[in-house]
Design a protein around this ligand. Structure first.
Ligand code: PXP
Length: 251
């Protein structure tokens, strides 16, 4: 029998930060991101992603342990490369840690990590996470310079920032979108060729996810804000299921 070769299934990591944003708006405990994590687990999400920010504007320290004990899904902790976050990561031992740049005043993670420029600061953090058995990824722009820096840092995974692609309007900025898509596809191929597992995320929606999901080397997408927004209208179950369907269709 001939085996049909298919690209591996693309994993969906659901970022539940903004469930916590809504909770924190009133200072109580509803809606609970743990309940969101449980729902993601029942509808075929492959992982939970959460960003513990320095200012704790969404996910808080006690959420991490509660998420970890509520589901068997792997937790991907997004974190700045600081001593404080490193200590928290080593204590909680999430399945994965994704190192992101963080500016206190930004609304969201605006760009990729300068893995090339920050080599000396990142090297000990990456090393200690890897020594603790935590899978490290670096959230970078899809560029040869950043990819090369990730290789020098021995990062097993990179996550490409899809913001430029996602924010290029399909009708008015189709050319920019195509250029950005090609950049991500080329870098995903280069990463895989060099033994690094490529992921992608930021700004992905039902409308723009498929060309990204079709990039065969990508192993995981991390999607948050849009899914939580859609959940308001259709429920989190339906939003995750729909995203999953679109990703599967694109492969
Ligand atoms: N991946 C990383 C590393 C992120 O920091 C974020 C949130 O900024 C996401 C994925 C998800 O982005 P979004 O909420 O726009 O889907």
């Amino acid at each position: 029998m001939t085996e049909i070769l298919r690209p591996h299934r693309l994993r969906l990591g659901v970022n539940i930060d903004h469930v916590a944003t809504i909770r924190n708006a009133r200072g109580g405990d509803h809606p609970d991101p743990v309940r969101a994590a449980e729902i993601v687990a029942t509808v075929g999400g492959d992982g939970i992603t959460a960003h513990l920010r320095e200012d704790r504007r969404h996910i808080r320290d006690d959420d991490l342990a509660r998420i970890q004990s509520a589901t068997d899904l792997p937790l991907n902790l997004e974190m700045a490369a600081t001593e404080e976050m490193l200590e928290i990561a080593l204590r909680h031992k999430p399945h994965a840690a994704c190192i992101v740049p963080e500016k206190r005043e930004e609304r969201t993670t605006e760009g990729g990590l300068d893995a090339a420029g920050l080599h000396n600061q990142l090297a000990p953090v990456v090393g200690r996470l890897l020594d603790a058995g935590i899978r490290v990824s670096l959230f970078i722009e899809a560029s040869p310079r950043q990819l090369e820096a990730a290789m020098h840092l021995n990062a097993p995974v990179v996550e490409f920032h899809t913001g430029e692609y996602a924010h290029a309007d399909l009708e008015n900025d189709a050319e920019k979108r195509a250029v950005e898509l090609k950049r991500i596809a080329d870098m995903a191929a280069l990463a895989a060729k060099n033994g690094i597992e490529p992921h992608a995320g930021h700004g992905l929606t039902y409308e723009n996810v498929q060309p990204i999901a079709a990039i065969p080397q990508l192993a995981e997408l991390n999607i948050g804000h849009y899914l939580v927004g859609e959940a308001i209208f259709t429920g989190l179950e339906n939003a995750v299921r729909r995203m999953r369907e679109l990703m599967d269709e694109a492969r």
